[in-house]
Ligand binder design. Structure first.
Ligand code: MN
Length: 251
């Protein structure tokens, strides 16, 4: 068994190191992760310059690119063999609801899934690693399950861990993505030279945390597991768009 691991927080992030350390006895592990933090990178690929792959003293490889770059390069030539599983994380912060569209953590896993490999994105909902050990133990359970009894069909899973010690995590739940309100306002600041600059504001408040959502599972003290799809087609509306276009268009 061979597992490719990446993340978006960078190759020296604690969540990545802890995850890898906990899985070493289960499989051969290759880490290809970004050199620096690319949280919020989504599925971006670097197409305007070449990418360098360097080796850290601990055996991890790091790339001066995005999370998607890392997995893409690994899958298309850097690795000699095709991994049985691609993992991303454990991320420093939640990736629930609409976060998944922006997440570099989810994107690294999505890149593996696009190449037909089962892939799982892991995120710990609160920053600061207070309960990283508990999250790692839960992640290991999922990986053991996947390696011993692979999920059919091949799937992309988005997993979030509650910020709780091991003895307070109630279990795991399968969920759908909830929703957030739009992001909070941009934060205006000034450079020493008098230019106005803008920080993208924090995420919005939760809008849909009803039963069955990832937010609800986390609020109730469960690990949230959401199966994701990457086909953005809104199948129910293909005919409606055609009707709207009238004689100019046919479904
Ligand atoms: Mn991150």
């Amino acid at each position: 068994m061979h597992i490719l691991v990446s993340n978006d927080d960078g190759y020296n992030a604690r969540g990545l190191e802890a995850l890898v350390d906990s899985l070493r006895d289960l499989a051969e592990i290759t880490v290809v992760a970004p050199e620096v933090n690319h949280s919020g990178a989504s599925n971006s690929l670097t197409l305007t310059r070449p990418l360098s792959v360097r080796h850290a003293p601990n055996g991890f490889m790091y790339v001066n690119g995005t999370p998607s770059d890392c997995v893409h390069v690994a899958m298309t030539g850097l690795l000699d063999i095709r991994p049985d599983l691609v993992l991303s994380g454990i991320n420093n912060g939640a990736n629930m609801g609409d976060d998944t569209l922006y997440s570099g953590t989810v994107a690294a896993a999505a890149e593996g899934f696009l190449f037909g490999v089962p892939s799982i994105a892991f995120s710990l909902v609160e920053r600061g690693w207070a309960h990283l050990d508990a999250a790692v133990a839960q992640a290991r359970k999922l990986v053991e399950r996947q390696l011993s009894q692979p999920l059919v069909p091949t799937m992309l899973l988005n997993v979030n861990f509650p910020d709780l010690p091991a003895d307070q995590i109630k279990g795991m739940r399968t969920t759908r993505l909830g929703k957030r309100h739009p992001s909070q306002p941009v934060i205006r600041s000034a450079t020493p030279y008098g230019d106005t600059v803008y920080w993208i504001g924090p995420v919005g408040d939760v809008h849909d945390a009803t039963h069955g959502t990832d937010f609800d599972a986390i609020n109730q003290g469960y690990v949230s597991i959401t199966p994701l799809r990457l086909d953005l087609t809104h199948h129910n509306h293909i005919a409606g768009v055609s009707d709207w276009m009238g004689p100019l268009c046919s479904a």
